[in-house]
Design a protein around this ligand. Structure first.
Ligand code: HEC
Ligand code: HEC
Length: 347
C-alpha cells in the first residue's frame, strides 16, 4: 500500500485529477482555482450589526442603561448587573440585587440579546420592551413603577430636553423603553474569528477550532444551538437524557423553568436554549450558575442533552471552537475578566 499511494498520486496528478477532494481545502494549487468551502448554508451564521438605529435614541438609551435613578433607591442601573466593559453580565454565580439579596438565576449577557426570540431563561418576557417592565417591578431589582421613574426623570432638565427632541409625547414609559431597547439592539458582537471564517477568511480559525465546529455539528449540539446567535431561538428541556435535576441537593423554583410561565407539566425543566456567542466569557454556567468551567458544561450537555459520553479531546476541541464565537464591541474584543469573589457569593 505504501508503494501504491505515491504511484496513484503521480498518475492522478498526471491526469489532473485530485486524489482527495477535501471540502476544507483552501490552499490554492498553482494553475487551479482554490476550492473554497461554501459556508453560506451552515447552521451557524455570522452576526450582522443592527441597522438604522436613531443616533439620538441610542445615546439616550445608553444614558438610561446607566441611570441609577431608575431604581427605587437611586443606586442601581441596568449596568450594575450587566457590565458592558466586560461580558454584558458579570461573573457571579447569582448577582446580588437590592439589599445584597441574591437573584434567583445566573445573569445572562445583554450582548446580542436582541436576537433572542423571547427573553429570560424561562422566556417569560416576549421581547426586550417587556423585559424592562420585569426589572422595574422586581423587588430585588428596581423595585419601582413607571410613574415614580417618570417623575424623577422629569426633574432632570437634560432628560426632559432629550426626550422632547426625540419623542412627540416626551418622557413616557413607552419612550423610556424604546430608547433603552434601541441601545440594546446596538449591542451586537460582530467580527468574531468564527464569523470571519464563515465570511471567507479561511485561516481566521485553526485546524483544532475547525475540528471543534465539525464535532459541534456531528454530536448534534446544532440541533439546539444554531443561527447567528448560536441559540436563543428555541425552548428545550434541560435533561432530555436522564434527570439532570436529580443530582441537585435542593430544587429551587427557578429550576422548573418554563413551567413557571405556562403551568403546563410538559414544560417542567424547559428553558430557552441560551446563546453560546459569548459563552467563553460568561462563566459560571447554566440558569443556576452551577457549573464553573466550559469543559464541564460541554460534558453535562453531551450527557444530558444528547445521551453521549464525550472524550476529553473532543471536549477540548469543542471548547476551542466556542472560544472563536466571541466578537467585538465598538471595535474591541470583549475582555475575559477574572471571576470576582464577592461576599455572599457562592463559589
Ligand atoms: C440586579 C441585577 C440586574 C439588574 C439591575 C438588571 N438585570 Fe437584566 N438580568 C438579570 C438577571 C439575573 C437576568 C436573568 C433573569 C431570568 O432569566 O429570570 C437578567 C436578564 C436580562 C435580559 C434577558 C437576557 C436573556 O438572554 O434572556 C436582558 C435583555 C436584560 N436582563 C436587560 C436588562 C436591562 C435593560 C436592565 C435595566 C432596565 C436590567 N437588565 C437590569 C440581572 C439584572
Ligand atoms: C436538546 C437541546 C440541546 C442540545 C442538543 C445541546 N444543548 Fe446546550 N443547552 C441547552 C439548554 C436548554 C441549555 C440551558 C440549560 C439551563 O441552564 O437551564 C443549554 C446550555 C448550554 C451551555 C451553557 C450556556 C450558559 O450560558 O450557561 C453550554 C456551554 C452549552 N449548552 C453547550 C452545548 C454543547 C457543546 C452541546 C453539544 C455537546 C449542547 N449544548 C447541546 C440545550 C441543548
Amino acid at each position: 500500500m505504501q508503494y501504491l499511494l505515491p504511484v496513484l498520486f503521480i498518475i492522478s496528478s498526471w491526469l489532473f485529477i485530485p486524489l482527495t477532494v477535501n471540502a476544507n481545502q483552501t490552499e490554492p494549487t498553482p494553475g487551479r482555482l482554490p476550492v473554497q468551502p461554501d459556508l453560506r448554508h451552515e447552521p451557524v451564521q455570522p452576526l450582522l450589526p443592527a441597522k438604522n438605529l436613531n443616533p439620538g435614541k441610542l445615546t439616550l438609551g445608553k444614558n438610561l442603561f446607566h441611570e441609577q435613578r431608575l431604581g427605587r433607591d437611586n443606586d442601581m442601573s441596568c449596568a450594575s448587573c450587566h457590565l458592558l466593559e466586560s461580558n454584558g453580565a458579570n461573573h457571579r454565580h447569582h448577582t446580588l440585587g437590592r439589599n445584597g439579596v441574591e437573584l434567583d438565576v445566573n445573569t445572562p449577557t445583554v450582548f446580542n440579546s436582541s436576537l433572542n426570540h423571547q427573553q429570560f431563561w424561562d422566556g417569560r418576557a416576549a421581547n426586550l420592551h417587556e423585559q424592562i417592565n420585569f426589572v422595574v417591578a422586581n423587588e430585588k431589582e428596581f423595585a419601582s413603577n413607571w410613574p415614580a421613574i417618570i417623575k424623577k426623570l422629569e426633574q432632570d432638565a437634560t432628560y426632559t430636553l432629550a426626550f422632547n427632541k426625540l419623542y412627540a409625547d416626551g418622557i413616557t414609559a413607552d419612550n423610556i423603553r424604546d430608547a433603552i431597547v434601541t441601545f440594546e439592539r446596538s449591542l451586537i458582537t460582530i467580527n468574531s474569528r468564527f464569523d470571519r471564517y464563515l465570511l471567507g477568511e479561511s485561516d481566521a480559525i485553526n485546524q483544532d477550532e475547525k475540528h471543534g465546529y465539525q464535532l459541534f455539528k456531528s454530536y448534534g449540539c446544532v440541533a439546539c444551538h444554531q443561527g447567528s446567535n448560536v441559540g436563543g431561538n428555541l425552548f428545550m428541556k434541560f435533561g432530555v437524557f436522564g434527570d439532570y435535576f436529580s443530582t441537585k441537593r435542593k430544587l429551587t423554583n427557578a429550576d422548573f423553568g418554563r413551567f413557571n410561565v405556562t403551568g403546563n407539566a410538559a414544560d417542567r425543566h424547559v428553558f430557552r436554549v441560551p446563546s453560546l456567542r459569548l459563552v467563553a466569557l460568561t462563566a459560571p454556567y447554566f440558569h443556576d450558575g452551577s457549573v464553573q468551567t466550559l469543559e464541564q458544561a460541554v460534558k453535562v450537555m453531551a450527557k444530558h442533552q444528547l445521551g453521549r459520553s464525550i472524550s476529553d479531546e473532543d471536549v477540548s476541541s469543542i471548547v476551542a471552537f466556542l472560544k472563536t464565537l466571541a466578537g467585538e464591541y465598538r471595535g474591541q474584543p470583549l475582555p475575559a475578566i477574572q471571576r470576582q469573589k464577592q461576599p455572599g457569593n457562592k463559589p
